[in-house]
Design a protein around this ligand. Structure first.
Ligand code: DAH
Length: 342
């Protein structure tokens, strides 16, 4: 503070600094040093410099007090510096081998982990991961997939309509049609994404859940390729000795259609409540792409064949971890979710 009105008052203010030094941390100490003793703008330095310009009767008293204070301050600062240094250096107080604290950066939801794991298995087989819109038209969600609009699945009781002809997709299958329209075969895609149905929450249903759709289109894709592809996935996702069976089924967009069962992961086939004593668990719907779907999407069904599949991610996550109720996956209860942090 340059040229204070009264050097005496300023000296008394500076005297207070001695007490502050005693408890200062390293950063504050450095600041105090500059503030009071700094060569250019230090408050005490300023006073010492101004002494020669004071009236003679003040000069002696101010000079003595200022020099006293300078010594006191310097002594206090160096003793505080020494104290701070020995605090840092005292080895017995610090366990340098202790692991650092980690900041919680969040973690993947168990369903997201399963989705990534499955996409990775199919990536090894040459599949590309793609996505499509959640708000769809009736055309892509039903018609192009050979599902007539009077099919029960298209009913307002099962589907969330957003407006005439527009809805929240009820499955990821419309992305099959979107991909076939846009790309030439060969096509190999997996499509993870959420889908919506008018189902109330219960232990095995949710109005919104995640699916993975798969589609392969190429020349000469046979039923054997189809079974081998699905078998590869099951053996890699579950265990190499997991038994798989194909059960004939019906979907409008595949012919023939099948449902895939795997040996129950809980009882290993002997029968339990999870598999309702059958020893088997259904994990997906699938089949060879129906020629009508190819035609609807501009693909020559004489030249190309293919297979498709669709599976529910919550269900597979539940099987993987033995989770008894789908609602646990939607409640975001950290006590539940933190069990799956990898
Ligand atoms: N879209 C069907 C569903 O949501 C699942 C499905 C079955 C997808 C057979 C397919 C398939 O691609 O071939 O229930």
């Amino acid at each position: 503070m340059p040229n204070p009105a009264s050097p005496k008052a300023e000296l008394e203010a500076i005297a207070q600094a001695v007490d502050r030094v005693a408890t200062a941390d390293a950063a504050t100490l450095a600041e105090l040093k500059t503030e009071y003793l700094g060569r250019k703008a230090g408050r005490l330095t300023g006073i010492l410099r101004s002494i020669s310009g004071l009236p003679p009767e003040e000069r002696r008293a101010v000079g003595r007090r200022a020099n006293e204070l300078k010594q006191e301050l310097e002594a206090a600062i160096s003793s505080r510096e020494a104290a701070l240094e020995s605090e840092v250096a005292r080895p017995s107080d610090v366990d340098w081998t202790m692991p650092g604290r980690h900041r919680w950066r969040g973690a993947k939801h168990p369903v997201a982990s399963v989705v990534d794991e499955i996409c990775e298995i199919f990536r090894e087989l040459g599949f590309t991961r793609v996505s499509g819109p959640e708000a769809e038209t009736e055309d892509y969600n039903f018609t192009k997939l050979n599902i007539p609009l009077d099919h029960p699945a298209a009913d307002e009781h099962d589907t969330f309509y957003l407006g005439p002809g527009v809805l929240l997709r009820t499955h990821t299958s419309p992305v099959q049609a979107r991909t076939m329209e846009r790309y030439e075969p060969p096509i190999r895609i997996v499509v993870p994404g959420v889908v919506y149905r008018r189902d109330p929450f219960d232990p095995s249903h949710s109005p919104m859940f995640e699916q993975i759709e798969g589609l392969v289109v190429d020349e000469g894709v046979s039923f054997v390729d189809f079974k081998a592809g699905i078998d590869y996935f099951v053996k890699h996702f579950f265990t190499a000795d997991t038994a798989v069976r194909f059960r004939p089924s019906f979907f409008p967009f595949t012919e023939p259609s099948a449902e895939v069962d795997v040996q129950c992961q809980i009882c290993h086939g002997s029968g339990c409540s999870t598999c309702q004593q059958t020893g088997w668990l259904e994990i997906m719907g699938c089949g060879m792409v129906h020629p009508a779907v190819f035609e609807n999407c501009g693909i020559d069904s004489e030249r190309y064949t293919g297979y498709a599949f669709g599976m529910g991610m919550e269900r597979i996550t539940m099987l993987r971890h033995g989770i008894p109720d789908i609602r646990l996956l939607f409640e975001n209860d950290m006590r539940f979710l933190s069990q799956f942090v990898e």
